[in-house]
Design a protein around this ligand. Structure first.
Ligand code: EPS
Length: 363
C-alpha cells in the first residue's frame, strides 16, 4: 500500500515540467507563494551558471486543488521552462530533424550508456532528461508535502557542509572560483534535518518498509548524488559499539530521552523520535568547460566531450532538492500510518498516536 506517490516528466529545454503528486489528504491549504519561494531557493547558491538568469520558476496547479485547498485527488503541477523560447527549434515536439546532433558523450553523464541503451544517435535525446532541470518539479512537489508535514508538526531544513573538500564560507567561495576559472566543477556534501517526527514511522518488519532505505533511495535518486549517510553512519563504522549507540534515559517526569543522536533518528528502519539526520555526497557536475577525453559515437574516433552551458557547483540546489525528497518520503510514511483521505482524520489519528506514545512510553 502506497501513501504518497510522485512522478514527473519534462526535458531541460522542453516547454515545461509536469508532475503528479498523489495521496495527500483533502483539506490541505496549499500556499503557492511558499511553493514558489522553495523554487527560488533551489535556483540560488554560489556557482550556478547562466541558465538561472533566464528562469524564474513558478508553480501552476492544474488539478487536485480547488479554491486553494487539496481535494484528495492527484495534484498536477506545472513549471514552465522560460528557456524553451530560445530552444523551440532544437526541441521540436513535432519530431522534425532540428538542431545539431550532440555525439561527444560526456564522461560521468548518462550520455553514452543512455544513447546505446535507447538506440539514439543524438546524445541530446538522453541528456535533456537526465539533466538536473527536472529537480525543479521535485522541489515543487516537495514543497506541497512540506506544507502537509507542517500541519503534522514536522519541519525540514538543510545545510551545506562542504564543497570540494573545503569548509567555511571563504574557502568554499574560493574553491568554486578556482574551479570556474579552470573550466572545472566541484561537488560537495549537504545534510538534511527532519524535526518533529513521531517515533514509529517506517517499520523493521520487511526490507521495503524500512524508512532509512526509502530515504537513501530518494536521496540517491538526485542527479550526481553518489553516497548517502544516515546519522554518523560512516564514522560509526570505525568505532566500538559502546561509543556509537545512543543510550536511553528516563527523567523524573517519566519522559524517555537520549543525550546523543549518532543513529540519525532511525533505529530498526523506524524513526525513534529524535531528529532524522541524512547527508548526501554530490560528485562534481560532469559538464566541464575544459572537456575530458571521450569518443564521438558517430565517427567512433577519439574526441573531447561536448560542452554545454552548465553550473560550476550546484550543491545548494541539491540540498533544497534533498529537503524535497525527504518531504515526499516522510509524507508517504505519515499517510501510510495515519491515513490520507481527509486532513482532519489524518491529524486526529496522529494526535491520538502521539498521545499514546507519550502516555505509555514517555516518547
Ligand atoms: C544542467 C545544465 C544547466 C543547469 C541545469 C542542469 O542547464 P543549461 O544546460 O540550460 O545551462 O542550469 O539546471 C537547471 C536548468 C535547473 O533548473 O537546475 C544539466 O546538464 O544537468
Amino acid at each position: 500500500m502506497s501513501g504518497v506517490r510522485f512522478m514527473d516528466g519534462g526535458e531541460s529545454h522542453g516547454a515545461r515540467l509536469a508532475g503528479i503528486l498523489e495521496g495527500l489528504p483533502a483539506g490541505l491549504k496549499v500556499d503557492s507563494e511558499f511553493v514558489n519561494a522553495e523554487l527560488a531557493r533551489r535556483q540560488g547558491g554560489y556557482g550556478r551558471g547562466g541558465r538561472m538568469k533566464i528562469e524564474s520558476d513558478k508553480v501552476i496547479f492544474s488539478s487536485g486543488v480547488r479554491f486553494g485547498e487539496t481535494l484528495g485527488s492527484p495534484i498536477t503541477l506545472i513549471v514552465e521552462n522560460k528557456d524553451w523560447a530560445n530552444w523551440r527549434e532544437k526541441m521540436s515536439a513535432e519530431g522534425e530533424p532540428c538542431g545539431e546532433k550532440v555525439t561527444n558523450a560526456r564522461p560521468g553523464h548518462a550520455d553514452l550508456t543512455g544513447a546505446a541503451k535507447y538506440a539514439r544517435s543524438d546524445v541530446r535525446d538522453i541528456l535533456e532528461r537526465s539533466s538536473a532541470r527536472e529537480t525543479a518539479m521535485r522541489v515543487a512537489a516537495g514543497a506541497v508535502c512540506k506544507i502537509f508535514l507542517r500541519e503534522c508538526g514536522i519541519e525540514i531544513s538543510s545545510e551545506v557542509l562542504s564543497v570540494g573538500g573545503a569548509v567555511g564560507e571563504a574557502e568554499i567561495k574560493n574553491i568554486i572560483d578556482l574551479a570556474k576559472s579552470a573550466g572545472d566543477t566541484v561537488g560537495g556534501i549537504f545534510e538534511v534535518e527532519i524535526r518533529g517526527v513521531p517515533a514509529g514511522l517506517g517499520s523493521h518488519i520487511q526490507w521495503d518498509k524500512k524508512l532509512d532505505a526509502k530515504f537513501a533511495a530518494a536521496l540517491m535518486s538526485i542527479q550526481a548524488i553518489k553516497a548517502v549517510e544516515i546519522g554518523e553512519g560512516f564514522y560509526n563504522a570505525m568505532k566500538f559499539g559502546s561509543e556509537v549507540h545512543d543510550e536511553i534515559f528516563i527523567d523524573a517526569a517519566g519522559k524517555i530521552y537520549r543525550e546523543t543522536n549518532r543513529a540519525g533518528g532511525i533505529e530498526g528502519g523506524m524513526t525513534n523520535g529524535e531528529p532524522v539526520i541524512l547527508s548526501a555526497a554530490m560528485k562534481p557536475i560532469p559538464t566541464l568547460m575544459k572537456p575530458l577525453r571521450t569518443v564521438d559515437i558517430a565517427t567512433k574516433k577519439p574526441a573531447t566531450a561536448s560542452k554545454e552551458r552548465s553550473d560550476t557547483c550546484a550543491i545548494w540546489a541539491a540540498a533544497v532538492v534533498g529537503e524535497a525528497m525527504a518531504a515526499i518520503v516522510t509524507s508517504d510514511a505519515v499517510v501510510e500510518k495515519f491515513g490520507g483521505d481527509a486532513l482532519c482524520d489524518t491529524l486526529t489519528n496522529l494526535k491520538n498516536y502521539r498521545a499514546r506514545l507519550q502516555k505509555e512510553f514517555g516518547l
